[in-house]
Design a protein. Sequence first.
Length: 408
Amino acid sequence: MSTVALALPLELEDSISMQLVRQGFELSVRCSSADELASQLAQTVPDFVILAASTRYLNNRLIVEADATGVRIVALVATDSERRYAASLGLLEVVAADADWAEIEMLLLGHPGAQDAAAQPRNGTVIAVWGPAGAPGRTSMAICLAAELATAGVTVALADVDTHSGSIAPALGLLDEAPGFAAACRLAGADALTRLELERIGQRYLTARGSFWVLTGIGRPSRWPELSGERVTAAIASCREWVDYTILDTGASLENDEEISSDLFAPRRNGATIAALRAADEVVAVGAADPVGLSRFLRAHVDLLETIDTDRITVVMNKLRASAIGPGASGQVRQTLQRFGGIANPVLVPHDQAAFDGAILTGRTIVDIAPKSPARIAVAALVRQKLLPQPALAVRRNWLHRTAVLPV
Ligand SMILES: Nc1ncnc2c1ncn2[C@@H]1O[C@H](COP(=O)(O)OP(=O)(O)OP(=O)(O)O)[C@@H](O)[C@H]1O
Ligand SMILES: [Mg+2]
């Protein structure tokens, strides 16, 4: 009979020990802390340990002791921070605290494919948010997209790739002393960027509506050489395997310094932005919906088309307001884009000073603090209609429609 040691809070301990006995395992010891369990392992060696992935029940000493004695540990995670904590200690055998017993047992017995679904590599979608100079709202849009996607229940990482004016960390009230994206690039350059490392260097924006990972940007623009094009491409490839959606906040400039430099191998200031745009499946190109913003956008859009294919681009005109562009603002913006840039169907996001000021003030997203904002509603529609997979229902409806018009 296999023996199991437990280190769990009381409410979990009761249900797990009942299941263990019912399934024919023998309960060897119940401990109330990681250190107590580590000392126990030195005396009696169970076959397995089930513990909660909090600092009280799991620490490095326990992992070292379990490795030395060959005991398999399975950690139950109740929150994102517990999942991250387990990852930071290199523990991959994690399962949700409210998982079925069958899942826990599969992990205990080392069943192949039993690992937490979140640990499985995936082929996520990468979305780059770009826009010309003049603060049209690239960062705001990248944050809104990440928040909106996370609300839809998919896993999301938001990375600050802007080598000129990185600002995601202050916008979300996160620390940026150790820039996560620069660390990711460094590790990717050394071919050592694993999911565990990403979870160690990433920070979490936590909210009940849908939390997401954040890889913060370089606080000092002089650190731009750390984000070389090759490293950025490699870091993005790792993010693709890590989460369902990676959102990249990029810089404005697309100037390619190699054309004016005699040294082709010199690092390039805008290499990160260009690499992000080329790696992305979708590019959300953001302009400001006022006369100056429109003219800047139209000029820069020409450069964007030289960098990537047009079919990957969704144009968003942000901060739409009649006070800056005159009556019939939507029609005017659409007409100008169509006439001077051949751009059809832009997404129009209304100006909402109160919502965005509130977000900056509190370090929260507008999804959290102003869910009914017209700007949020416009971004939510973009996410539903263009970025998330279309629901089967829509396909079915089309199919029904098509069959209905077929001759009988
Ligand atoms: N739809 C909107 N309505 C009102 N204010 C907005 C809207 N979108 C963005 N803003 C505000 O515009 C300002 C600039 O936005 P943001 O920092 O996102 O621009 P950016 O393009 O990333 O600029 P930078 O060049 O500094 O990186 C911020 O104060 C933001 O709160
Ligand atoms: Mg920005």
